[in-house]
Ligand binder design. Structure first.
Ligand code: ADP
Ligand code: MG
Length: 334
């Protein structure tokens, strides 16, 4: 399947030779947003992509959106909250929270901490921040996109910004908020900011939204709906990560070879259940692939007692292989 990137070749060339095309195309962007239904593995996949980008020598920033330190927890590093901290060499984390983002934005515009605090600690202003979700979304998106444009020493401070975005509906609102609010704001500094924010989010050379899904009926239904909504909103898309796939370990011919006695019966039953689950994954995967106009990157179910850094590392390797396979598939097509 083709990645819907008009300038994919340019992005690949920027990455240099020797890099698998799909990964290079994805990592040629400046902003990758991961979204999907709650609990499908958005944070895990985002953390895995961060490790992968870091292996490729990129300086990467992972933005959580009010995530409460989920990404640092998955990476096994201390949480830095709303401050940008270098969690691992070359890998930075920040939890973007609307109130703190508003203060930062105010400081940038008003250049006086006392004034910003006076405005923000104001009861009426607090009410507005709570009551107007779009305002919270504007500053949240504004902070994330500010980091995409942020410069240090004459070059971008981060090569890649990854967003562990909120679940489907909220993420769509977040991605659309600059364009939506733009229509209602008079000319002025806020309008200028909204304009570049909307332009960056619509630009497939800079931005891609990746969908994370699970090989189960409801997540696949929701993924197909989400992809359609993103297309309708003209939001540039990357790939779909199909997470936590159960592999088939036995062929239909091998299963009956397990002895049917008292000792082996529980083993047979466990294997039968595992195979049933793997079959279900395969069925749902086929439904996804046939209904979705995005490359699907398979990620395995990782069997661990505690899902942490090691599991994320293994997801990260699988994502790398999966992205290569996507490239190989595409090259194999006429
Ligand atoms: N590939 C996987 N294999 C096994 N378990 C997984 C996998 N990906 C995620 N999980 C489990 O699912 C839980 C939810 O993942 P998380 O990334 O926090 O989802 P989300 O951010 O979408 O809410 C994690 O705590 C982890 O235990
Ligand atoms: Mg999460």
């Amino acid at each position: 399947m083709e990645l819907p990137v008009p300038n994919a070749r340019a992005a690949t060339q920027r990455e240099g030779p020797g890099l698998p095309a799909a990964a290079a195309e994805l990592f040629g962007r400046r902003l990758l947003v991961q979204t999907g239904k709650g609990g499908v593995g958005k944070s895990s996949v985002t953390a895995a992509l961060a490790l992968m980008a870091r292996r490729r020598g990129k300086r990467v920033l992972v933005c959580e959106v009010n995530g409460g330190g989920r990404i640092p927890a998955l990476l096994g590093v201390p949480a830095g909250g709303p401050r940008v901290v270098e969690a691992l060499p070359g890998l930075f984390c920040v939890d973007v929270r609307p109130h703190e983002a508003m203060i930062e934005y105010g400081l940038m515009k008003l250049k006086s901490a006392a004034l910003v605090n006076a405005v923000l600690e104001n009861r009426v202003m607090r009410y507005f921040l709570k009551a107007l979700p779009t305002l919270a979304e504007v500053v949240t998106m504004g902070k994330i996109l500010f980091h995409v444009r942020e410069q240090a020493g004459g070059r971008p401070r981060f090569d890649l910004v990854l967003v562990d975005a909120p679940a489907t509906g909220h993420c769509l609102a977040l991605l659309r908020v600059p364009a939506t609010v733009l229509a209602t704001v008079p000319e002025g500094p806020l309008r200028d900011d909204l304009r570049w924010m909307a332009a960056m989010l619509e630009d497939p050379a800079q931005t891609a939204v990746n969908i994370v899904s699970l090989p189960e009926e409801l997540p696949i239904d929701e993924t197909l709906e989400l992809a359609a909504a993103l297309r309708a909103g003209e939001i540039p898309m990357g790939v779909c990560f199909l997470n936590a796939i159960w592999p088939s370990r036995f062929s239909a011919a091998e299963l009956p070879l397990l002895p049917d006695d008292v000792f082996w019966r529980p083993v047979r039953e466990t294997v039968r259940r595992m195979e049933a689950r793997a079959d279900l994954c395969a069925v749902e995967r086929r439904r996804l692939v046939s209904g979705l106009d995005l490359p699907v990157v398979d990620l395995p179910h990782v069997c661990v007692e505690r899902f942490g850094r090691e599991a994320v590392e293994s997801l990260s390797r699988a994502a790398e292989q999966g992205l290569d396979a996507t490239a190989a598939l595409r090259e194999a097509r006429p």
